[in-house]
Design a protein around this ligand. Structure first.
Ligand SMILES: [Zn+2]
Length: 312
């Protein structure tokens, strides 16, 4: 098991990935999964503090801006809600977790780079904007993929336009109502998932269609609220032409980590890692932690990419 993998498993053992403000109080404890004991659930592991930070430190700025990501082809005939309800009805889900079929949880082996991803979950308590974090990425010319929820976009329309126009960033779909993606109402972190195939379709397609209008092209990647999926609901994402973005390193545990925890966790990311953190909690430790980790990673020669920069 790689160091990065251990880091994410350790972080997940007692921490959330929601960052939506709903479950922050309880997120210091074990994640709440009220429904089946998932075969793919991460096991408990060592504490995040066991992850040694990179010893290399430098203020050397990194390289950077990469070309505009290639637009992912829109399915020739995207299935409708009724199509998918008919196709998938009667299929019982058999797994529940972060890595459903079709998800990518790390970059291809040949990709010697790190993909930073930041979620903006929206909703009550989750529609903040961590401008300091974005400013830090811009100052160091570090690209990232930003997973935005419909509710966050609605609360931050001007900021959305500014981010979408910046070639440093790729915009991903973080759902319409920020619900775990299930066809049976399974829950994660106390957030009830979508209840059937139609609801799963609505959760993905609502924001996918909105972002396609706003961006002029469909977002290539989707990450559900809480990053949980069952294996049938995951097929809805794939059928709609998006790739499921998992993660390797849980960088801020649902924006609950202190700045030092974020620094140690993010700085330990190895090449090939997809790092998940949040950009909707400006009062949290994420911006300061990332700002401290980036000089270490850049000083060690790490390169950063957006998810669509990668040849999957
Ligand atoms: Zn989220």
């Amino acid at each position: 098991m790689s160091l990065a993998r251990r880091v994410v498993l350790a972080a997940l053992a007692g921490s959330a990935v929601t960052g939506c403000g709903i479950s922050r109080r309880s997120s210091a404890g074990p994640s709440v999964r009220t429904e089946p004991a998932p075969a793919s659930a991460p096991p408990a592991s060592a504490a995040p503090s066991s992850a040694a930070p990179s010893s290399a430190a430098s203020d050397a700025p990194g390289p950077a801006v990469t070309p505009e990501p290639a637009a992912r082809a829109v399915p020739a005939a995207a299935p409708t809600r009724a199509d998918l309800v008919a196709r998938l009805s009667g299929t019982a889900p058999s797994s529940w977790g972060f890595e459903p079929p079709g998800a990518v949880s790390s970059l291809p082996a040949a990709e010697q780079a790190i993909a930073l991803t930041f979620d903006a979950c929206g909703g009550p308590g989750g529609s903040g904007y961590d401008e300091a974090l974005i400013d830090e990425l811009r100052a160091r010319r570090v690209p990232a993929t930003l997973f935005l929820n419909s509710r966050w976009i609605g609360a931050n329309p001007d900021t959305f336009q500014e981010l979408a126009a910046d070639p440093l960033f790729e915009i991903g779909n973080h759902g319409t109502q920020h619900r775990p993606l299930s066809v049976d109402g399974w829950s994660a972190y106390g957030i009830r998932g979508t209840g059937d195939i139609g609801e799963a379709f609505d959760e993905v397609a609502g924001n996918q269609e909105g972002l396609t209008r706003l961006l002029g092209r469909p977002p290539a990647f989707f990450r559900s609220g809480t990053a949980y999926y069952d294996d049938v609901a995951a097929q809805v994402v794939t059928a709609l032409g998006a790739r499921i973005a998992g993660f390797t390193v849980n960088g801020d545990a649902g924006a609950t980590f202190t700045a030092d925890q974020v620094r140690r966790t993010v700085a330990a990311a190895e090449p090939g890692s997809i790092v998940l953190a949040h950009m909707n909690h400006p009062a949290g430790g994420t911006a300061r932690g990332v700002a401290a980790a980036l000089p270490e990673l850049l000083g060690a020669g790490q390169r950063f990419v957006r998810l669509s920069d990668v040849a999957w």
